[in-house]
Design a binder for this molecule. Structure first.
Ligand SMILES: *Cc1c(COP(=O)(O)O)cnc(C)c1O
Length: 451
């Protein structure tokens, strides 16, 4: 078969490929053919700075030599080994690295392949734990989660998620979850101020736990930042408070670090900022530096012990994914962790984080910018109809999309969350590239005014 023309590729992309989270009736093909560092190149040779890390997963840039070599070396050994009753050296080494690096107390690693599966595994482990711990607590079958939470798109992870626009359709298929409001410092209820914010939101968590803890298996949380909700940055102390309350009421804590893990917040794990060890910790997106699908659910020894026994006791965790713990993914994940050390990725972040913050302070002054928020190298810029009233634009006005469309004309690739412009570049981004991203957004917002 001859190579397809660009027009053929565009037609097939529009008609054959069903894209994720995309209205296919309106889809305009964007076909990236190659990349280098933090720059993506489409089939026409047009370059774009990767302003959202290829959906929040790229860390060290694209085609990083050390990561490329790691995949090639692993290919020379074996591309896939099942994790069902078998193993391979690369995946074992990665498990050991993750246990060493992660908050103390997390000692066992269950590998899968995506963020949703990492959460699905955690949710099911928490459930089964209470069925067979000593003494068992079989009535603990319910979950507590945050409103506007996002944990992936499988039915279990949607059940603990809370994004109306995505999840309402599937409600009849979901299990029931208790929810507390997201501790959002921008849109607070009457009477809640910066001073009593933390107390207020931890109070709501405690009230639900006090009333329902007997039947709650676990609380699920995105530590520090609810990413898909629109980069909602929690007040400092919230995570720590949630950990103390879940301990007090004997409820497991599942930390979904799929978006905030692997360096995004300025530390390797978000939980480190508040010296928290969850009972289960989920990693995916950045785990392989954005190269291959691989996810991990880390568990404490307390959980692990509850699953040990004679085969006939039926305590086994009957869950697995064919490609879970894939050695190619594990090889590049190990290489990514090496690059963190060799390039001092985390030590080089503070100046980028500061620069991003400076841009946000400037952008905040623009008309219709209601709020800017940042944690490490992730930021959100929320556009509103009224700066004073905080009145949101109706979602169908596609304000966020329009700004990102403009940025694309300036060679910056972004993907908004509703009215929130997201900035989440690879950690390897340069200061100069950060300036270009911010400039393109600024122009997009100014251009917006006249729309
Ligand atoms: C993206 C995301 C997920 C889902 O990860 P996938 O790899 O897309 O399945 C889960 N949790 C959080 C916090 C995420 O941001």
């Amino acid at each position: 078969m001859p190579e397809p023309t660009h027009d053929e590729l565009r037609t097939w992309d529009r008609t054959l490929v069903w894209h994720a989270f995309t209205q296919m009736a309106e889809y305009e093909p964007l076909i990236i053919e190659r990349a280098s560092g933090c720059v993506l190149v489409d089939i026409d040779g047009k370059e774009y700075i990767d302003g959202v890390s290829s959906l929040w997963c790229n860390i060290h840039g694209h085609r990083h030599p050390a990561l490329d070599v790691a995949v090639r070396r692993q290919l020379d050994r074996v591309a896939h080994v099942t994790s069902l009753g078998a193993s391979n050296p690369t995946t074992i080494k990665l498990a050991r690295r993750l246990v060493e690096l992660s908050p103390p107390g997390l000692e066992h690693v269950f590998f899968s392949d995506d963020g949703a599966t990492a959460v699905e595994v955690a949710v099911k482990m928490a459930f089964q734990y209470w069925q067979q711990c000593d003494p068992p607590r079989p009535e603990k079958t319910c979950y507590l989660a945050l409103a506007e939470g996002y944990h992936g798109d499988t039915l279990g992870s949607v059940s603990v998620g809370g994004i109306e626009q995505f999840h309402a359709m599937f409600r009849p298929l979901l299990f029931k979850t208790l929810r507390v409001p997201a501790p959002d410092p921008y849109r607070t209820p009457e009477g809640v101020t910066a001073e009593n914010l933390l107390e207020h939101y931890l109070g709501t968590v405690e009230r639900v736990l006090a009333e329902h803890h007997q039947r709650i298996a676990a609380m699920v949380i995105e530590p520090l930042v609810q990413a898909a909700a629109g980069i909602i940055v929690h007040p400092p102390g919230y995570l720590r408070g949630v950990r103390e309350l879940t301990r007090k009421y004997d409820v497991l804590l599942i930390a979904d670090e799929v978006a905030v893990g692997t360096g995004r917040t300025g530390r390797m794990f978000a939980c480190e900022h508040e010296q928290v060890t969850p009972d289960l910790l989920c990693l995916a997106k950045g785990l392989t530096g954005g190269y291959l699908p691989l996810a991990a659910t880390l568990a404490t020894d307390q959980l692990w012990q509850a699953f040990l026994g004679e085969y006939a006791e039926n305590k086994t965790f009957f869950h697995g994914h064919t490609y879970g713990g894939n050695p190619l993914g594990a090889a590049v994940a190990l290489a990514s962790l090496d690059v963190f050390e060799e390039e001092q990725t985390l030590a080089r972040l503070p100046e980028k984080i500061t620069r991003l913050g400076e841009h946000l302070q400037r952008i905040k002054q623009l008309p219709h910018v209601g709020h800017v928020r940042q944690c490490g190298l992730m930021a959100g810029i929320e556009l509103v109809r009224g700066k004073q009233t905080k009145e949101p634009y109706p979602w169908h006005e596609k304000r966020g999309i329009h700004v990102c469309d403009h940025a694309r004309t300036e060679g910056v690739l972004l993907r908004p969350l509703g009215n929130v412009i997201v900035i989440m570049p690879p950690l390897a981004i340069t200061l100069d590239q950060l300036d270009q991203i911010a400039g393109a957004i600024e122009n997009g917002i100014i251009h917006q005014k006249s729309v």
